[in-house]
Design a binder for this molecule. Structure first.
Ligand code: SF4
Ligand code: SF4
Length: 341
């Protein structure tokens, strides 16, 4: 669909306002989907100049998709925002975004790290993704440990980034994912098991391969698995990209219910009504303070639920919430929680 026709589908009802975590914080109409879509339309039609302030609006979004879920007109807000990022990235002074795009292209990942080698030759492979590999290695270790308990042979594919950072920051990425697809074919990989929601959505939508979320495999094997007891009140933060992006929100709860002695507490915004913690869509890079405010709102919900542990199923949410949490709340990724002895 052409961007103009996509933008014109907005009937300006404002239903998106109540669900936008950024608007909840800023109370600024320009932050919410309706305001952003109007700004984009005015930019496309040349009614307003392409000022830094107007263009920056397209990056003031966590890509949580809460607005699209609430929208009665079915406006694909996320697609409009990503298309606008691609159009305007080069016109903005966003050095960190530019650096991330550059190193993803040159080094193969958005952290500028040296990619680690893949291991094994089995056609079923675990794909940790860059954030897990380079910033939350404990999730990779835990996932490999769990997979050893339920699968025979499997390999680990670590030698490329799924490409989500390029798409999120507004860069061309078609050539990048075409190279990755060829690598998977060369390596004989037919099925990828994934823990990161961003990788999961990107791989299943843009790669011609079977992609399975770890939660589905664990649930299939629940009778063979025993988890160590955890005597604690545990709340689960639904990551937007796993919940709205992939409809996976009952599975983590069923897994938590299988942990002996664990008492599951629900946050106020839960399942499809989840609220973004502020870590998504490159938001912390451009708006670190706002991003931290969104995270603190989620931590406050966990405290009101009297949780001792806050768990989630996403390396970005985990890292963001862990950085913001005080000493009275333990933040732990669900893969790690389930793999503990
Ligand atoms: S809910 Fe949809 S139609 Fe209504 S203002 Fe928001 S984006 Fe536009
Ligand atoms: S995707 Fe989320 S943060 Fe972005 S405009 Fe929609 S509700 Fe707000």
């Amino acid at each position: 669909m052409e961007p103009e026709s996509l933008l014109k589908r907005c009937m300006r009802c404002g239903f998106c306002r109540a669900s936008c975590p950024v608007f909840e914080e800023t109370k600024n109409e320009g932050s919410v989907a309706r305001g952003k879509l109007q700004t984009l339309l005015a930019l496309l039609e040349g009614e307003v100049p392409a000022s830094e302030k107007a263009l920056l609006r397209v990056f003031e979004c966590t890509t949580c998709d809460a607005c699209a879920q609430a929208c009665p007109a079915g406006v694909e807000v996320g697609s409009a925002i990503l298309a606008a990022r691609r159009r305007y990235l080069a016109k903005l002074e966003l050095p960190v975004h530019e650096w991330k795009v550059e190193v993803t292209r040159e080094m193969g990942n958005p952290f500028g790290e040296v990619m680690r080698a893949s291991e094994g030759e089995a056609s079923t492979a675990y794909f940790p993704g860059c954030t897990t590999q380079f910033r939350a290695g404990e999730i990779e270790q835990a996932a490999v440990g769990l997979l050893r308990r339920i699968l025979g042979d499997f390999s680990v594919v670590r030698d490329f980034c799924c490409g989500a950072p390029l798409l999120t920051f507004g860069s061309a990425w078609e050539d990048f994912i075409a190279r990755n697809r060829a690598k998977l074919e060369e390596q004989g990989v037919e099925r990828l098991i994934v823990t990161c929601p961003g990788c999961y959505n990107t791989l299943r939508k843009h790669y011609r391969i079977e992609v399975v979320h770890l939660s589905a495999l664990l649930l299939e094997s629940l009778e063979e698995l025993t988890f160590s007891p955890l005597s604690a009140r545990v709340a689960y933060h639904d990551p937007c990209h796993l919940t709205r992006g992939a409809n996976i929100y009952e599975e983590p709860r069923r897994l938590l219910e299988a942990v002996p002695e664990l008492e599951l507490r629900e946050l106020e915004h839960t399942r499809l009504d989840t609220r973004c913690c502020g870590a998504g869509g490159g938001f912390p890079l451009a708006f670190p303070e706002l991003s931290a405010s969104l995270g603190k709102r989620r931590l406050a919900e966990a405290k009101r639920a009297k949780a001792e542990v806050l768990t989630t199923f996403c390396p970005s949410c985990y890292l963001h919430l862990r950085t913001l949490a005080g000493e009275d709340l333990i933040v732990k990724d669900l893969t790690v929680l389930l793999a503990e002895d």
